[in-house]
Structures are given as structure tokens and as C-alpha cells.
Write a protein that binds this ligand. Sequence first.
Ligand code: SF4
Length: 390
Amino acid sequence: MPVQGPAVALERIIDLSVREIQAKSILIKRKYIDSWFVSRYGMNLYRGCLHNCTYCDGRAEGYYVEGEFGQDVCVKLNAPQILRRELDPARRRKPLKGGYFFLGGGVGDSYQSLEETYNLSRQALELMAEFGYPVQILTKSTLVRRDLDLLERINRQSRALVCCSISSVEERISRIYEPGVPSPAERLETLKCFKARGIPCGLFLLPVIPFVTDTEELIEEALQAAADAGVDYLIFGGMTLKEGRQASYFLRHLARHHPQFLGEYRKIYRGDRWGRATGEYYRRLNERFRRVARKHNLPLRMPPELFGDLLDEKDRVVVMLDQMDYLFHLRGKASAYGSAARAVAGLGKPIRDQLRRGSPLPGINGRARALIEEILETGSAEQYEQLLRN
Ligand code: SF4
């Protein structure tokens, strides 16, 4: 059906196609806890995204978003009914596990303009409030402010966390590469507004666009803006560029606006299956980021005070080990904590029982084992806290 909602700018209606569909399920369940979002459950209420960021990997063939990405969106009209069935503890054989329920990212922003018409994210939040689940939102839209009242209520009951992503604080670059979203300054203002109401916030400096927004100066400006906004933590990351729809769309924009970098892109994106740039590029990028991040005192992953009470002890250990692995990696150092995190995640029996037996645990070396024991005893670990706070 053509979009007639008041939320969509008139000049864009001509090109848009919005399909209302009936979904069979909404909750996306992960087998193991994810340490970036501290979450096992996510949802895409919309499939496709009118924000149309030029670098969006939702455009890649592997995500199976039908039609023209940025113009065609499927709206899961029955999402609130399905979600009620999936969330209601009275209808479940087993309770849902701890951690944030994640709204955002993936193949469509939950607060893209269609949300003004369909209210699916608001209805999802109402269910979270009703059933007492913790929620995390990641968006590039300021529309999330509409739901401040509800998020305040969820935060009081069970925790809410609001995050925005930016690629830099440069308005001019944002207009080119993120044409459908409010300016970085407006996104940062949105976070300030949640912080002022006592709701924790994170800033995702992600993705930084190689050679365009990955400079030391722009990273410094973004980190300063994050600190000024009072965010609780920062997540940093480079850009992936998968061959096919995603790469050809992005490179067309790059050729138009920054043609001088095309040759550099050919050097760092060499057809990796996951669209990753070369290890050497990421190593240099991480070094640059670390140099800047050292000057600020921001945690570089979600800190334990925002998730410690949501997780059982096994998931808490998995998240902390995995975060440590990232933090070592950021410093250019190898670590065995990532494989230890996966080994703990895969343990069938309670972790304390396994440790009590004293026999070696596959995938967990002596250092990781000592760290796990410290986390179980104290709820955290000294080395972890030091690394997290840079
Ligand atoms: S807001 Fe997110 S999902 Fe939407 S186009 Fe931009 S990067 Fe993709």
C-alpha cells in the first residue's frame, strides 16, 4: 500500500512502498548472551529502513530485505499480538532468560518515520512495561523521545537503556552518508534528554567511515561530545562493506563525494565474506581510537553496573570475559578470554559445580579460570574494571 501517514515527507511518498505483513514470530532468540548489547532477545518490527544510510549493511543480500532498500519497508502489523504471546510468562513453558530486550539495528530502525503512524515500538514497550522486562533501544531517530514516559517507567521497574549511533559529529558528512536521519547534534541532544530523566545512555560511534570519519580529529570530537552528553559508555567500530548491493550503493556515494578515497577502499576491502576490511586497517584504526580514548574516562563496553543484576552468574561471566577479549584486542594484544567466554557459554552444568570438581575445563586456561573465580566471588574482577575504564 502507498504510505499516506503524516510522518512521511511528501516528496518521498512518490517513491515509497510500504507492505503491511503478518509475522509468524517476533522475538529473535540467541543461543548465547551477546556482550555488545548484553542481550539474548531482539526484534525487527519493520523490515527495511527509510533512513537509508549509505553504508547500511541491511542492504546486503544476506539479510534478504526485499525490494529497494531505503524505499521499500515491510511493517509487521500483528507484532504486538505475537509479542504478547511470546512474552507473557503465563503462556511460557520456560521463563525467558535475563538480559536486555533489544529494539533496534539489524534491518530497520525501530523509530524510523513509519513508527509515527504504526506505533509498533511504543506497543512493544508497553508490553515490556506490563511484563517487567528490561529494554535497550538503539536508534538514529529523535522520535524515541516520544516514549520517554514509558521508558522512564520501565527503567524504574526493570531497567531501560537508550543508545544512539553516529558516524561522526560532522553535520555535512552526516547529510551525505546518513541522508534520512536527524543530525548528530540532535541525536546527542536526545541522549542528554534521557540522561536528564535518569535513564542510562550509550553512544555507538559506529560505523566510522574509512578515510572520511575515521580521522583522529573527528574521533576526538565525537568522544568529547559523548563525554559532554554524559553518556554511560561508548561503543566504537569500523565499517563492513559486503560485495554486492551494499558495496555498490556505498561506493557510488563515495565516488560522488569523496572520489579521492576510492583507491584506498580497494586496498582495504578485498572481498572478505563478512565485508571486513583488512586486519592491518583495523589495527591502525584501533590504535588511533585508543590514543584518543585514553584521554577520556569512558567505559568502552557496557559497564557492569548496567547489567550485573540482570544476568545469572554464568551469563555475567560470559559477558565479562568476552568484553575483556575485545579490550585486549583493542590494545593490539591477543587474549584467551574470547575462547574462554565461548567455553563457559557452552557449559551444560552450573559453572560453580564445574569449578568445584577441580578438573581442567576445555578452552579455559589457568588465568581465565582464576578470573572466573574472582567474578563468581566478587561480582566483577579488578583487571576487567581497569581495562574497561581504559
Ligand atoms: S538507521 Fe540503521 S538500519 Fe536504518 S538505514 Fe541507517 S544503519 Fe541501516
